[in-house]
Ligand binder design. Structure first.
Ligand code: GCU
Length: 342
């Protein structure tokens, strides 16, 4: 049994009998299977970008690699997928930067509320290797590394029935947040009751009123159907949290240099395609949410939200002084690209 086939067997044990059966099946295909998992639907920019990656790698190295993209949490939640990437049971996955905070504290930086003053500042900083390298490399000892970032827009609050105009409106509401200490802290500071859970459980939790709302970009309304239940989406703009494409160290480091160069080109393509698709997808999501799902978009003054959250920056930098130089570089992007309101 080849190393890759063995891996498939292990993966099958994790995702269930059907994968196990297909993993054991005799196959004349000797190509290495590259397993990629993510939690978005088939029509999401993330999936479109990863399919472009599959096509690119197979067009260049198709005699050697068979790339398989598994969307919609088919390989588990983001936390599960990162753990599978750590052990090498899968090769690559997409994880929200929020989730990665529990694997390396350095990632906490990009989860800070109101870290970036504008989308331009966010994009500029994330494209700057001096900013991202110290963060992206920090999980190397944990068995994986970040190979690209993906735009996931701006995160905002949305609720089933309570319009959020100011932090006071969040009081007493149970709001789903991602499973990250920073997000829990932010939500509680803002006055809501933080309810951490995996992305795949949010729709049912909203529908069954276990939670009163959540926070995410506009795609969650349409691609994940949250707009079928939540009728108020409030642009408080609390975070711009990137998604991160992470890969198993051994998988990357054991391949010949020429092949690695092709994969690196492929990772850059994922970033490029996803960002192009993102702009179109958000526009369509807003239109669909408004017209078909009857979601009302609200534009509160963001300052009261920001004022409550800003002390989190200072506290974080005090605990992790090594991050200060990177934080300062981000401030330079903020100065260059201040928000439209300033
Ligand atoms: C966004 C993000 C995902 C993340 C999700 C969440 O959709 O792109 O990576 O899992 O938010 O709120 O969990």
């Amino acid at each position: 049994m080849t190393k890759r086939k063995k891996k498939r067997l292990l993966l099958g044990m994790f995702i269930g009998a059907s994968a196990l059966i297909s993993g054991c099946g005799a196959s004349s295909d000797t190509r290495d299977i590259v397993y990629i998992g993510h939690n978005q639907a088939a029509d999401h920019p993330t999936n479109i970008a990863l399919l472009a990656f599959e096509e690119f790698i197979e067009s260049r190295l198709g005699d050697k690699y068979n790339v398989e993209v598994y969307p919609s949490e088919l390989l588990g939640s983001q936390t599960d997928m990162v753990q599978l990437t750590q052990t090498g049971a899968i090769d690559i996955c997409v994880a929200s930067n929020s989730i990665l905070e529990t694997f390396s504290e350095n990632y906490t930086l990009f989860n800070m509320p109101y870290l970036f003053a504008s989308a331009e500042a966010y994009h500029g900083a994330m494209d700057d290797k001096n900013v991202t390298d110290p963060i992206f490399e920090s999980t190397r000892d944990a068995g994986f590394q970040a190979v690209a970032w993906l735009d996931a827009g701006t995160r905002n609050f949305y609720t089933v029935s309570t319009p959020i105009h100011s932090p006071a409106d969040l009081k007493g509401l149970k709001i789903r947040v991602q499973q990250s200490p920073t997000n829990v802290q932010m939500m509680n500071l803002l006055g809501g009751s933080a309810t951490p859970m995996g992305f795949g459980d949010v729709y049912t939790a909203l529908q069954s009123k276990v939670i009163d709302g959540a926070e995410n970009n506009e795609m969650a309304l349409t691609s994940n159907g949250h707009g079928d239940v939540c009728k108020f989406y409030s642009y408080d703009m609390h975070q711009m949290i990137p998604d991160i494409l992470v890969a198993n160290n051994k998988f990357l480091e054991e391949m010949p240099e020429e092949e690695r160069a092709v994969f690196e080109e492929g990772f850059a393509l994922v970033n490029q395609v996803e960002r192009e698709e993102w702009v179109k997808a958000v526009e369509q999501a807003r239109e669909r949410a408004e017209k078909e799902q009857k979601v009302q978009f609200l534009y509160p003054d963001t300052k009261p939200f920001q004022d409550i959250c800003m002390p989190m920056h200072e506290a974080f930098l005090k605990s992790y002084p090594d991050i200060q130089p990177i934080y300062d570089q981000i401030q330079q992007y903020n100065a260059r690209y201040p928000s439209a309101a300033e």
